[in-house]
Design a protein around this ligand. Structure first.
Ligand SMILES: [Zn+2]
Length: 261
């Protein structure tokens, strides 16, 4: 029998839990190490929908990128996914910032996805302290609008929000998830663009004032590759374990039109 502890140790081998940020809450968050894990369900986030899908598939362990318990729990109600997990006797492991900064983690996968089409050279620098974002130079030069169109195609998102800085764009920083707080770092390192998700309002002004192009491809679409990445790593070690990936997709719906500039 495969146990939750077996899975935890494999993850710890390539994305050590001890590397998590102080504010993070990665690790085994529901259940204990001795619980069975012969069928594993992987999702970017643990929602009631993904718990229901995992339960239907007979999974014993849910593995997620974002922690199912992040802020301190002050009460636990039946509509909380944590309640749903416990009621289904399912364990949950989350591997948030360790996977963000791992050498073969999410940013590595994002870089690989963009590398060929954007003609990126080797990674030369990182941004965000522990290395949340990577910097590489493109052998092509880009306008902001051309780069936005390419990102939309490559990442499969419905919308790329962007603002144009000095062009052409050559030196590019990329950071999966919500990397707007690293914008100052990208500016300080002479980047022409930052590609990330979940950009807050004030960041757009910071970018415009500094003349850097900024691209918001969405939190989900810059991190959903975590599911595949984790599934590949576990399949390589546990070929006989059933590993399923969530199919709920982007939790956000979009509508847009020609009414606003
Ligand atoms: Zn994230």
């Amino acid at each position: 029998m495969r146990t939750v502890g077996d899975v935890y140790r494999v993850i710890d081998g390539f994305a050590p839990f001890c590397t998590q940020e102080k504010w993070d809450n990665s690790g085994l968050l529901v259940g204990d190490m001795s619980m069975p894990a012969d069928r594993i369900y992987i999702s970017l986030d643990i929602s009631n929908e993904s718990v229901a899908a995992a339960k239907k598939a007979g999974a014993q362990l849910m593995l997620s990128h974002h922690p199912v318990i992040f802020s301190p729990l002050k009460k636990l109600v039946p509509t909380d996914p944590v309640w749903q997990l416990a009621a289904a006797n399912m364990a949950a492991i989350s591997v948030h910032t360790p996977l963000d900064v791992a050498e073969a983690g999410i940013n590595s996968r994002l870089y690989e996805m963009l590398c060929e089409t954007l003609c990126l050279g080797a990674v030369t620098d990182t941004i965000g302290g522990s290395g949340f974002g990577w910097v590489a130079e493109s052998r092509n030069v880009w306008t902001a609008s051309d780069l936005a169109k390419k990102l939309q195609e490559m990442l499969g998102c419905q919308v790329v929000r962007y603002s144009s800085g000095k062009q052409p764009i050559h030196r590019i920083a990329l950071c999966s998830g919500s990397g707007g707080s690293f914008l100052h770092d990208a500016i300080a390192q002479g980047c022409d663009a930052l590609i990330t998700g979940d950009v807050k309002h004030d960041c757009w002004y910071t970018a415009r004032n500094a003349g850097i192009s900024l691209f918001d491809c969405g939190h989900y679409h810059t991190e959903c590759m975590a599911q595949e990445l984790l599934a590949e790593r576990l399949k390589a070690v546990f070929p006989d374990t059933e590993i399923l990936c969530d199919t709920q997709g982007d939790p956000v719906s979009y509508v847009w039109g020609g009414g606003c500039k």
